[in-house]
Design a protein around this ligand. Structure first.
Ligand SMILES: [Fe+2]
Ligand SMILES: [Fe+2]
Length: 460
């Protein structure tokens, strides 16, 4: 008995009625890993791939809209109705669907406006009732008025859709009453002989490394949550939020293992579509992409979204390297860094930024070697990549960090060694900082891709 289902996350739809492509929009778009005006076109392409596939159901794991704008929700829901003519759609909402930061924005010329109508949190359940709740066996209304539910999505497969926006203690997660309901559903699925796939927006365990995805990325009290879920018998949790494609696992003190498949953002690199096959008791995943989308012509999805992601870094760097301090300050502001303060440092960052824009590994090696007295970087490892621009290296690591590259470097490769050596430079100067000492380990986890290959693996 085989069932195929599909998960996507963080579609962050942004209605084209909210921006005219002017300077204010360019600053906003150039400072975000994911796309904005392109989202409708990317979502159409992703939905088209799913509609034409042999999957039995589609799950969308929260952050449906950019920031809860009503017009973005309305446009997105229309796309879901269209997709639902081919495949049943199951949605769980998240904090970006009700604008939890109270800052919905539209962009016109140089101006940012915040008078954008949003869908209030208590309306979301009714708004998306045709995408999951209508097919649910049971539901639980959270204290925010959102909804968790269970539905059978295949002959032997059940979906547990959890809204984990708040745990009542200031973090994402669930209240105790909600947790009791979740635990009851896990036990019922077991009693009914169903393979249970759960989804919720926030992470239940850090991926890559806690330095990257601990704290705000995860539900509050994450070890308690992951242990309690694993001990109740849940084995598979599909999450979104971090915009990173990565598979991790957690084993409770009692020895129960739970997998977390963090899906990554549909509208940012690498725009993952995670297909899941449930064959009897066995669960495996395979990740694909929509090859192209239509936006100002036909765009290669991976190339376009990768370039958009690089721009986030490159625009900050070219801003720092440029002569215009106001432009630099504006770009810092767009990144959420205080532009006024940053402007004071502009004279000091200009030269390093210009150097970084053009330096190759050979030159960077010489400088690093001089600064660290030849103790950190191995000449042979640097030599292998001598002619590569350092900026290319940075771009590669950015892609690997969001889980976008099926190319996994082995831990004993010159590439991995070199990246780790570079990551150890800060701790050469500041030895007492624990986080800095952990950077080489983080670097290795990024470039090796970790224990599981998120493009194709068995969850066992
Ligand atoms: Fe998101
Ligand atoms: Fe999120």
């Amino acid at each position: 008995m085989k069932t195929k289902v599909t998960f996507i996350a963080d579609t962050h739809h942004f209605s084209p009625t909210l921006a005219d492509g002017g300077r204010a929009y360019q600053l906003r778009s150039g400072s975000d890993q994911k796309c904005l005006l392109e989202t409708g076109a990317i979502i159409d392409a992703v939905f088209d791939v799913i509609a034409k596939s042999d999957t039995d159901a589609v799950m969308i794991v929260g952050d449906i809209t950019d920031d809860g704008e009503r017009v973005s929700h309305e446009e997105f829901r229309e796309k879901c109705y269209k997709l639902q003519r081919s495949k049943p759609v199951y949605i769980v909402t998240a904090t970006h669907d009700w604008c939890c930061d109270g800052n919905p924005r539209s962009f016109s010329g140089d101006t940012v406006s915040t008078d954008v109508p949003v869908v209030p949190v208590e309306e979301l359940r009714e708004f998306y009732r045709d995408f999951g709740i209508d097919k649910a066996k049971e539901e639980y209304i959270t204290h925010l008025g959102e909804v968790s539910y269970v539905a059978d999505i295949g002959e032997n497969v059940r979906l547990l859709a959890i809204n984990d926006d708040q745990n009542g203690k200031g973090h994402s997660g669930y209240t105790e009453a909600h947790f009791d309901w979740i635990e009851e559903q896990i036990k019922k699925a077991k009693a009914d002989g169903k393979v249970l796939l759960a989804m919720e927006h926030h992470l239940i365990m850090p991926h890559i490394h806690p330095l990257i995805s601990g704290h705000g990325m995860c539900v509050g009290d994450r070890e308690y949550v992951a242990s309690r879920l694993a001990d109740a018998g849940l084995k598979y949790m599909f999450t979104g939020h971090s915009h990173v494609l990565r598979v991790s696992d957690f084993v409770s003190e009692k020895g129960n293992k739970i997998f977390q498949v963090n899906i990554g953002a549909a509208v940012g690199y690498p725009s993952p579509i995670v297909n899941v096959t449930v064959d009897g008791e066995d669960v495996s995943i395979e990740t694909v992409h929509a090859p192209t989308f239509e936006y100002n012509g036909t765009q290669d999805t991976l190339k376009y979204t990768a370039k958009h992601f690089f721009e986030m870094f490159d625009r900050a760097l070219t801003g720092a390297a440029g002569k215009d301090t106001k432009e630099f300050a504006d770009r810092m502001d767009a990144l959420g860094i205080d532009g006024k303060k940053a402007a004071k440092f502009h004279p000091f960052v200009k030269l390093p930024a210009r150097y970084l824009l053009k330096v190759r590994v050979r030159g960077a090696y010489r400088l690093a070697n001089a600064l660290t007295l030849g103790r950190v970087i191995d000449k042979r490892d640097a030599k292998e990549f001598a002619d590569r621009p350092v900026l290319d290296f940075i771009h590669d690591i950015m892609l690997a960090a969001v889980g976008g590259t099926p190319e996994r470097h082995s831990a004993d490769s010159a590439y991995c060694r070199l990246v780790k050596q570079v990551a150890s430079i800060p701790s050469f100067f500041v030895r007492k900082n624990k986080a800095l000492r952990e950077l080489p380990e983080v670097a290795e986890l990024i470039v090796t891709g970790g224990k599981y290959n998120a493009y194709k693996c068995d969850l066992k």
